[in-house]
Design a protein around this ligand. Structure first.
Ligand code: ADP
Length: 583
């Protein structure tokens, strides 16, 4: 598996894990958020309901409190006592009194009753006949306590009665009852959209802002209670929260129901918001994972490319090093070969030079023998003249001897100088002495062959770039070849001339021999080209001459001679002032 595939696999696993985590966390977040929103909405609903409850409870108890003390107070009033003392005969007066109290207090009804419960007088005849249902109210009054009881009339009206006994010296004369209706309370409640109701001890709905519920058991109205404080209202199945408050003195319970549908909306909103936030976070997370993967892959590709490049550079460097090494070896081999070649060339030059010397050896030995014989003659003559006492003649002979010795010494010096191994440096060389020496060496042979050597008249002290011995070799070779060419001629002659040209000195060696045929001109400078017999020449003379002249930066040309023979022009560089100073 490649590294790229590994990275992709690893990120695929990361994505799967992240997706699982995302689903789990999102689900939890949605549930929690929905629940929090619902709880928040519920708190608000309950707070509102509790507020309504408190207000309505106060309104209810306020109304009841207003009438609660009325019976005890009125039962002590003298006019009321008088009514009962009179034995109830004057029920007209009692009625008037009841109407008066009713008018003053605003109660629903005011009644005067006999201790046994019979009605003496009422303000409105609300329950003229039967008040047996008010047993609880009367019993308490008879016992000297404040009687109180909620009463439902046959007409459907609900009232609340307070009763107090009318006592005279510990004797119960009658009972005064005041009744309150709840119309104003219910009218206030009807303004509220929340269902509000009061249940009495038996669980009947006694007061409510929903007329249809009146006097019905609360349990029949609310079904499917999901908890003690939550229920569905019958019929429309709307969930409602129930906030209750007990009214202790009355033994009632005040209920305020609140529509809980907004709770579902809040839960849904919370869930949707959490889902959207989770989706956003999920998208951001996916984007970052995607980007991370792309970055990792790119970095890996960059690294791979860098490694490839590094490897390539390493391989190239190694190959270059090897090439370099083999080149160094080759250079070294070439250098050695060149050394050998140079050495061989030098040896060849030397050998060629010695070959020329060998060619000239007979003439040279004659050149030495002839003065030696003359020396012998001159010394014998000197001896004889000495015996005869002719001192002048002795002196003359000795002078001749000295001249001969000088001549031999000069030739010997030239021979020595010529036969020495040449150096390989190039410097300014005075041309005149070189030519003198060359001519001196070839002269004996030329003389022997009957060839005339003629040097052009030029005593200018030219200096050329070259080496003394190698230059001598050039001229000796050329003059020697010319002597060879004219050897058999009637009046063989060799001309040596020097010409100065801009930046070069031209030395010409020409003869009046047969010359060089046209077809041979290109070959004469080739090594081992010769037209001479075996033993007379080996054909390297001109090739060495040409190579020496080129080494000096010069040139050798074959020209046509006006004398009919061959003419070689050696062009040499004029030595610069600095070279001369060095010399
Ligand atoms: P070698 O003298 O041993 O033959 P060179 O290289 O000196 O070798 O000369 C090559 C040939 O050039 C000679 O064999 C000769 O044929 C020709 N040559 C050289 N100089 C002259 C000259 N002055 N006149 C005619 N031919 C010449």
């Amino acid at each position: 598996m490649t590294r790229g595939a590994e990275i992709r696999g690893s990120f695929r696993r990361t994505r799967i894990i992240a997706a699982c985590l995302f689903v789990a966390v999102s689900a939890a977040a949605i549930v929690i958020s929905a629940e929090l929103w619902r709880e928040q909405a519920e708190r608000q609903l309950q707070a509102k309901a509790a507020e309504t409850l408190a207000v309505q409870a106060e309104a209810l108890t306020g109304i009841l409190d207003k009438y609660r003390l009325l019976p005890p107070l009125l039962s002590r009033e003298a006019s009321v006592l008088t009514l009962f003392r009179s034995g109830g005969v004057d029920d007209g007066a009692a009625r008037r009194k009841a109407i008066e109290i009713h008018g003053m207090s605003g109660a629903k009804e005011v009644a005067f009753l006999y201790p046994d419960g019979r009605v003496l007088a009422t303000a409105h005849d609300l329950f003229a006949e039967d008040i047996s249902a008010q047993g609880q109210l009367l019993t308490a009054a008879r016992q000297g306590r404040l009687g109180r009881q909620a009463i439902s009339l046959e007409s459907g009206e609900r009232i609340y009665g307070f009763a107090s006994g009318v006592w005279d010296d510990g004797r119960l004369l009658g009972i005064l009852a005041v009744y309150v209706d709840f119309d104003p309370v219910e009218a206030t409640w009807s303004l509220s959209t929340n269902p509000i109701f009061v249940t009495d001890r038996s669980g009947l709905v006694f007061l409510t802002n929903r007329p249809a519920w009146r006097l019905k058991p609360a349990s029949t109205l609310m079904s499917g209670a999901t908890s003690a404080r939550r229920m569905f209202l019958g019929g429309d199945q709307i969930p409602h929260g129930d906030v209750t408050r007990t009214l202790p003195l009355l033994g009632w319970e005040l209920h305020v129901l609140s529509d809980e549908r907004p709770l579902a909306t809040a839960r849904w909103t919370g869930g949707v918001i959490a889902a959207l936030v989770c989706l956003l976070l999920g998208a951001v997370m996916a984007f970052f994972i995607q980007r991370r993967e792309a970055n990792t892959l790119r970095m890996r590709q960059d690294r791979a490319a860098a490694l490839r490049l590094e490897r390539l550079v390493r391989e190239r460097t190694r190959a270059l090093s090897q090439t370099n090494l083999s080149l160094s070896h080759e250079i070294e081999e070439r250098r050695q070969t060149e050394d050998v070649l140079r050495k061989t060339q030098a040896e060849l030059v030397q050998a060629a030079k010695l070959a020329v010397l060998g060619q000239m050896s007979a003439a040279l030995s004659h050149e030495f023998n002839q003065p030696l014989a003359a020396l012998r003659t001159y010394s014998d003559n000197a001896k004889r003249f000495l015996d005869k006492g002719k001192l002048d003649s002795v002196g003359d002979n000795l002078t001749r001897i000295g001249g001969l010795v000088d001549r031999m010494a000069g030739l010997s010096r030239s021979l020595l100088s010529f036969s020495r191994k040449p150096g390989n440096k190039t410097s300014a060389v005075p041309l005149g002495p070189v030519l003198d020496e060359s001519l001196q060496l070839v002269q004996p042979r030329a003389r022997k062959a009957g060839v005339l050597l003629q040097r052009g008249a030029s005593d200018a002290p030219y200096h050329v770039l070259g080496g003394h011995i190698r230059l001598s070799q050039v001229f000796v070779n050329l003059i020697n070849n010319a002597v060879d060419a004219v050897e058999d001629c009637e009046q063989g002659c060799v001309w040596i001339s020097v010409q100065e040209r801009p930046e070069e000195i031209v030395v010409r060696v020409e003869d009046n021999g047969p010359g060089i045929p046209e077809d041979m001109r290109a070959k004469v400078f080739d090594p081992f080209f010769t037209t001479k017999d075996v033993g007379s020449g080996i054909g390297i003379g001109l090739s060495i001459v040409s190579s020496i002249v080129h080494d000096f930066g010069g040139r050798i040309d074959l020209e046509a001679s006006e004398h009919g023979g061959a003419r070689f022009a050696v062009r040499l560089k004029v030595a610069e002032t600095e070279s001369l100073a060095a010399e």
